[in-house]
Design a protein around this ligand. Sequence first.
Ligand SMILES: Nc1ncnc2c1ncn2[C@@H]1O[C@H](COP(=O)(O)OP(=O)(O)OP(=O)(O)O)[C@@H](O)[C@H]1O
Length: 256
Amino acid sequence: MQDKRAGRVVIPQTEHPLVEIGNVTKKVRRRTLLKDVSFNVEQGEICGLLGPNGAGKTTLIRVMTGLIRPDSGDVFIGGSSVVRQRENAAAHIGAIVESPIFFPYMTGRDNLENLALLHPNLPDRKARRKRVNEVLEIVRMDKRADEKVKTYSLGMKQRLGIAQALLGDPELLILDEPANGLDPMGIRELRELILRLKHEFGKTVLVSSHLLDELQKICDRIVVIREGERVFAGSREEMIGRHAGLEEAFVEMMTT
Ligand SMILES: Nc1ncnc2c1ncn2[C@@H]1O[C@H](COP(=O)(O)OP(=O)(O)OP(=O)(O)O)[C@@H](O)[C@H]1O
């Protein structure tokens, strides 16, 4: 819903959080990768998922996107269970879990038009073309859209990946370490894009990253996972508390 006067999106107030993660446990053989993890993400928030290497962030994202099933607990996206109503839940999600894969000898636009064929809400060529143009503009790739993907920088490929995730106009975007390998300009463009997705398009974003300065700049909510357990969930301000910044708060949390 666009509020033209303010130029910002008015987020409809719903009864439930967009994301509800309830007591998720995941074991592989005898190892517990996630232990009773619970937290919520409200509509229109940017939520940062932090944790040391091997903490279980990607595993949690794989559960959220329905790629793997939890042993117990559940995740509700827009009220739909990823375990029992996987397709309904998935309809709310656009995600980049591993690096997005494109055909390098095709243009960015052709790659997106190809992927748009998979979206049930883009039934004909005209609808697909229109949506591809929209997402290219959102990620500021419209000027380079007709060049081959092999000529793109890593940052451009990452933005094209976000354009792909946006094709179905999902309410929730899940980005697993999207800033990996990007140079400072690429990181800045990514930051601006994520903030624009929230402010102009009303998207909810869950982003995992080890770049704490970046998360401090963009996140409303922070969730910290350590050894498969949720050790913190709250606002950015609550997380920082008396510390100078997110990094100091995180380091103390990990060392006490
Ligand atoms: N299929 C699997 N079988 C066995 N162990 C696994 C499997 N998948 C993940 N793991 C282990 O689970 C732990 C959590 O992995 P995960 O990738 O979720 O961590 P992460 O927090 O995303 O780490 P990083 O920050 O390094 O990306 C790791 O020790 C990993 O080796």
